[in-house]
Design a protein around this ligand. Structure first.
Ligand SMILES: Cc1cc2nc3c(=O)[nH]c(=O)nc-3n(C[C@H](O)[C@H](O)[C@H](O)COP(=O)(O)OP(=O)(O)OC[C@H]3O[C@@H](n4cnc5c(N)ncnc54)[C@H](O)[C@@H]3O)c2cc1C
Length: 346
């Protein structure tokens, strides 16, 4: 039976360590408890916040609803053929541990996504990505429960509408499903992905064409080392990773920007648009290392807003607003927040 806890402090359940409370909290460990929690929310007319590792949320204030902590566990191989293995993981599995588990099983393709915090169930929401790989490259399908009907549904990878840090779960399917498991199609024979200069540098390679001798375990180790060097550990310095998405602008807008800033860091996209490095924009605008009360911009990586003073979410968001405004004024580019804000006033 699910246990509903009133006036619950969420500080240790969000990686920004924001001391927010929820009207109710429940940890769900199986399908029946998920349904029980949905019935409780419906009966008491409470909004619902499905919570994984809390590494991509900003709790702006008191949350006037039910926090459903997803604690569904289990990993199983569901199919295989000569070249591929299909592995299903329950939504509450820790993402990094799952990636390591796959490597240990000889199932490859997720190694570049090592050490991303959070859970398997949250990973499709923003199509997590790092070092040239996105979740969408490996998802076969996912299972979910429809919040209104309580019915189980299956989404194919196509129906998830994956895009850069995006999916249907942020738009047409937003707040409508609890993801219960994700099935991945992984490779038996590794094809390592070494596009990123920082990975090549870490592996002491000069060219990704030299990658034939590199194993997925070495890639994972390099990713872990680079991430540990560049990103603050939330357990020590509370943060939610990249606070802003890399903005995508038109080729014309990019040409104008490059005339003013010859060294602007950008990645051309297949459709002709250009993705800008938000970290570069923020850094160049002078925000790196900035501190204001409890909150700060990380001194090594301007894309990361930190909360060393473990202050309120409103302080974190106030700093984010200032950064957004300054970037808009300086470059004419609009930044969007990567984490989701609860309760969502924006
Ligand atoms: C240090 C650091 C580094 C990071 N690096 C990266 C990176 O390289 N790439 C990247 O893409 N992200 C990165 N992130 C962001 C974050 O780790 C990912 O977005 C991750 O997938 C969030 O998982 P979570 O379980 O913590 O989600 P939460 O923060 O708990 O939830 C995020 C959203 O998903 C919803 N949700 C969670 N679980 C479910 C479910 N089972 N069903 C339905 N909805 C659900 C929540 O309601 C919320 O809206 C980083 C974060 C940190 C702190």
């Amino acid at each position: 039976m699910a246990l509903f806890l009133p006036e619950f402090d969420l500080q240790r359940f969000n990686t920004l360590a924001i001391p927010a409370r929820a009207n109710f909290y429940v940890a769900v460990t199986n399908h029946a408890e998920v349904l029980e929690a949905l019935a409780f929310a419906a009966e008491h007319k409470l909004p619902l916040l499905p919570l994984g590792g809390g590494s991509n949320i900003v709790l702006a204030d008191h949350y006037p609803g039910l926090v459903m902590h997803i604690k569904l566990h289990g990993i199983e191989q569901v199919a295989e053929d000569d070249s591929s293995v299909w592995v299903r993981a329950a939504a509450g599995e820790n993402w990094h541990e799952f990636v390591q588990h796959c490597l240990a099983m000889g199932c490859y393709g997720l190694e570049n996504l090592s050490l991303i915090p959070g859970t398997v169930g949250a990973a499709p929401i923003q199509n997590i990505g790092a070092y040239g790989v996105e979740l969408k490259d490996r998802v076969a399908e996912l299972s979910a429960i429809d919040i209104r009907s309580g019915l189980a549904v299956t989404f194919t990878a196509d129906s998830c509408g994956f895009a850069y840090r995006d999916s249907v779960f942020k738009h047409s399917a937003r707040d409508q499903y609890i993801i219960t498991s994700v099935t991945f199609k992984l490779d038996r024979v590794a094809k390592v992905m070494l596009e990123y200069p920082s990975l090549l540098q870490q592996l002491q390679l000069s060219d990704s064409a030299l990658n034939t001798a590199i194993t997925p375990d070495q890639v994972a180790a390099a990713v872990i080392a680079v991430r540990q060097e560049k990103l603050p550990d939330p357990a020590i310095t509370p943060n939610a990773g990249s606070f802003f998405k890399n903005p995508i602008i038109s080729a014309e807008q990019f040409d104008l920007l490059r005339q003013r800033f010859a060294d602007v860091v950008a990645y051309p996209q297949p459709d002709g648009s250009v993705k800008l490095a938000a970290g570069w924009l923020i850094d160049r605008a002078g925000w790196r290392g900035y501190c204001e009360g409890d909150v700060a911009v990380h001194a090594e990586q301007a894309l990361v807003v930190t909360n060393p003073g473990r202050g309120a979410g409103t302080n974190v968001l106030a700093l984010a607003d200032k950064i957004t405004q300054s970037v808009r004024e300086q470059y004419g580019v609009v930044l969007q927040l990567e984490p989701r804000v609860y309760p969502s006033a924006r």
